[in-house]
Design a protein around this ligand. Structure first.
Ligand code: ZN
Length: 425
């Protein structure tokens, strides 16, 4: 079947241009002038809309196997499609942990049978995420993992982290670090500062994040391995990444939509949906992270989609599980935080969610090009909408953005030429 996406503004590698996209056989068959006639094609009208490469998320938690009450591959990928994502990488902190080829194969099989977007598993760096014995990274890579990570926790032992990096470098696999010194976190509930004092909650110093970013950047420089720093949330964290990139270390970094928009004063009222790890920081951090995105220190935006069951969140603030159900608000939050106020163009933002992440983990897609996969997201950049988490396709309704008015929304998502999401349908 042929589909012709007509009269849109195409987000191409060399800029935004008016035009049509012809999809055939799961591929982008041709890029045509606006208003082209193609005999037997189904027409999708994209007038006034952006036709973007499908969004790519390097960091999510699909919770399956083991935590299906929080999310499944079926629900998580539908939520991803609604958020405009056509490819998502899923972390290894499932039950059992994805620390061997059998679990990777299971995730891939489930994704193929029950999922609607492309799913790329990330394997554990150490068995059982225990920070001790290394996983069989070669075997994991052969079974399809695109990176290794103990995300959810840091590898406490610095020498063990050095070994992880050295071993992963043999396979040219990126190692994703979850930068958190648990001794410094010290069971804190929110960012340490004015608001933790006012609210009487135990604080988490930004040094908990920054010391591990510094340690792991230094070890990446030492070993020559590829290090990807997950969810940078502080100005200081971005500064350390910038420093080590300048030294030539193979370091890349992500931040998330929530660290670009929400701040620790949102915790006022003790809403557990604002509890996230690392914690929401301050306006100065948001400003520094935006600057780091713009100057290339932070390469991409990932969601860290972390859906939870109502019972995991409906607790006293410090006891609530950490995390935000992020797929379905990512684009709107980023557009509202970055494009609407003029910090970045829409095209610059989309590169941080498409071509940049594709390149970091060598994934297909990320660009609209003739002959490439037809992974496409159609976006209304001017639509204003109010987040209603009860309408989420994700099982996780945990979001601090519920009730917030956002600008920029996803209209349609295609994966391999198949329509996997259409608004209002
Ligand atoms: Zn993490």
């Amino acid at each position: 079947m042929k589909i012709l996406i007509q009269n849109g503004s195409l987000v191409l590698p060399d800029g935004v241009k008016k035009g049509d996209v012809l999809i055939e056989g799961g591929k982008i068959a041709a890029l045509l002038d606006s208003g082209s006639k193609v005999g037997d094609a189904e027409i999708v009208d994209a007038k006034g809309l952006l036709v973007s490469p499908g969004l790519i998320d390097l960091h999510s938690h699909l919770r399956e196997p083991g935590f299906e009450y929080k999310e499944t591959i079926a629900t998580g990928t539908r939520a991803a499609a609604k958020g405009g994502f056509t490819s998502v990488c899923c972390m290894a902190n499932t039950k059992p942990v994805n620390d061997n080829a059998a679990v990777t194969e299971l995730i891939k099989l489930k994704a193929k049978r029950e999922g609607v977007v492309r799913v790329y598993p990330i394997g554990a760096a150490t068995k059982g995420l225990k920070g001790e014995e290394l996983t069989e990274m070669g075997e994991l890579q052969e079974s399809g993992v695109v990176a290794v990570s103990d995300d959810g926790r840091s590898i406490v032992d610095a020498n063990r982290m050095r070994l992880v990096l050295t071993y992963a470098a043999h396979f040219n696999l990126p190692v994703v670090t979850h930068p958190e010194d648990l001794n410094l976190t010290n069971n804190g509930a929110m960012n340490e500062g004015y608001w933790s004092t006012v609210l009487g909650l135990s604080g988490i110093t930004r040094a908990a994040e920054e010391t591990i970013i510094a340690r792991d950047c230094h070890l990446a420089a030492l070993t020559g391995a590829r290090l990807h720093v997950a969810h940078v949330s502080t100005a200081g964290g971005a500064d350390i990444v910038r420093l080590y990139k300048a030294k030539g270390a193979k370091i890349t970094a992500e931040t998330t939509p929530h660290y670009l928009y929400a701040t620790d004063d949102w915790v006022d009222g003790y809403d557990p949906s604002t509890r996230v790890n690392p914690p929401l920081r301050t306006k100065d951090d948001v400003t520094a992270l935006i600057a780091a995105l713009k100057d290339g220190t932070i390469d991409c935006i990932a969601t860290d989609h972390a859906p939870h069951h109502f019972d995991d969140k409906n607790l006293e603030y410090a006891l609530a599980s950490t995390g935000i159900s992020g797929f379905e608000t990512a684009l709107g939050v980023c557009w509202t935080a970055l494009v609407a106020p003029g910090h970045m163009t829409g095209e610059q933002l989309l590169s941080k969610m498409t071509s940049a992440p594709a390149e970091l983990f060598s994934l297909p897609g990320g660009v609209i090009a003739e002959g490439g996969v037809a992974d496409i997201t159609i976006i209304d950049p001017s639509e204003e909408w109010v987040v209603d988490s009860s309408l989420f396709l994700s099982k996780g309704k945990n979001t601090p953005f519920n009730g917030k008015k956002l600008t920029g929304n996803v209209v349609r998502t295609f994966v391999g030429g198949e329509r996997v999401y259409e608004r209002g349908v």
